[in-house]
Design a binder for this molecule. Structure first.
Ligand SMILES: Nc1ncnc2c1ncn2[C@@H]1O[C@H](COP(=O)(O)OP(=O)(O)OP(=O)(O)O)[C@@H](O)[C@H]1O
Length: 361
């Protein structure tokens, strides 16, 4: 009940924050002014906050965790996942903090760098104003996303235990971190390559999870690691298959979700190719405004799942299309129903490089 009240309070704040003076938050002995709500997810709110002593802005993700549930573990898993990767196209956690909530639950705060705009905002703006990306612009941004994905797909475990970037020591956090590190290594059975690479899959790549830097040569930043998992998972029983299907329905956005996650089969291995499918949908959305599977319910009378399972998508008629056949080939290259026929991230990057070279010559 008190969790419901807290959520109501957060929602009320979200609706009325424009009318009242900025509230303040005291976290890790620092004071932050809450400027505005940036976005909200299932159990989280993201606010723009300003550190009152330095004047710096941050995006503060607040995850409310109910007493006795696994949600603190899940929230800290997300933090752990951010900290595994250090890459210019992957968002970095600045600080975290776990505080006790009045109702016996916990609140996990995650401080992230603030980015003014995201890829979905640019797509929406293009649609509203009848504008579009040039092929070169689009491929440059897309290559940055691929670099982030390559870092996930070619991850190598460090030989030293994980530490936060700024060396935060919070007893709650450390306990949970240890637990998570254990669970990461326990899940690692059989999924390490001979060369020591342990691929991770993001499993929710979409324009809404890509932020953009503010400079002239705008770089994409991959975020929202709540869905990230060890990529290679052997499915041996029907139960395991259903569990993965369930996980995908909670964390992987339907129009961007790979076919093998809609209908998880037994005696197969899920792998990082799920992200290649989502990359194909993301590139299509950059060009044409939405995932190729976004409008399938109305247009073809079938469900999104059916369209995805049959890779049933279309490009605009040639005379109306602004983009080259090579560009469309790149999208089709990624949208192969069988993961074995889908390229890996290195092959995608190689094809993007070739196209960018051709566009520059
Ligand atoms: N660093 C940031 N800078 C600017 N805006 C951000 C930042 N992080 C998150 N947001 C905004 O908050 C929204 C929700 O963030 P996020 O996707 O991390 O939350 P979530 O609870 O995991 O959401 P979802 O239900 O989509 O998985 C984003 O779509 C974005 O609009």
């Amino acid at each position: 009940m008190s969790l419901v009240l807290s959520s109501v309070r957060d929602t009320l704040y979200a609706v009325t924050s424009c009318c009242f003076p900025n509230p303040t938050l005291h976290i890790n002995r620092r004071t932050f002014k809450v400027i505005k709500l940036l976005g909200e997810g299932g159990f989280s709110y993201v606010h723009l906050v300003q550190d009152t002593s330095t004047g710096r802005y941050y995006a503060l993700k607040k995850i409310r965790c109910q007493f006795g549930s696994d949600s603190v573990k899940d929230a800290m898993k997300e933090v752990d996942m951010y900290r595994l990767f250090s890459h210019e196209n992957i968002i970095k956690v600045i600080d975290t903090c776990v505080v006790q909530d009045k109702n016996g639950g916990k609140i996990v705060y995650i401080f992230l760098p603030y980015y003014k705009s995201g890829l979905q905002d640019v797509i929406n703006n293009n649609l509203e104003n009848n504008k579009y990306f040039s092929e070169k612009e689009m491929l440059k941004i897309f290559r940055g996303i691929c670099y982030a994905v390559r870092a996930l797909h070619t991850y190598r475990f460090p030989s030293v235990p994980l530490r936060s970037e700024n060396g935060i020591t919070n007893s709650n956090l450390n306990g949970i971190e240890n637990e998570m590190n254990n669970s990461i290594s326990l899940q690692s059975n059989n999924s390490q390559n001979e060369d020591g690479v342990v691929p991770f899959a993001h499993r929710d790549i979409k324009p809404g999870n890509i932020l953009l830097t503010d400079d002239a040569d705008s770089q994409p930043i991959l975020m929202d690691f709540g869905s990230l998992v060890r990529a290679r998972i052997k499915i041996q029983t029907r139960n395991e298959a259903l569990m993965q299907q369930d996980l995908a329905s909670q964390h992987s956005t339907m129009p961007y979700r790979a076919p093998e996650l809609f209908d998880v089969k037994t005696n197969v291995e899920l792998n990082e190719k799920v992200d290649i499918w989502s990359l194909g949908c993301t590139l299509y959305a950059m060009a044409y405004g939405s995932s190729p599977f976004d409008n399938n319910i109305n247009e073809q009378g079938g469900s999104i799942a059916l369209a995805v399972l049959n890779a049933q998508f279309r490009f605009p008629p040639t005379e109306q299309d602004k983009y080259s056949p090579e560009f469309k080939d790149l999208i089709s290259f990624m949208l192969k129903v069988d993961p074995k026929d889908r390229p890996d991230i290195h092959q995608v990057i190689a094809k993007v490089d070739t196209q960018l070279e051709q566009l520059s010559s």
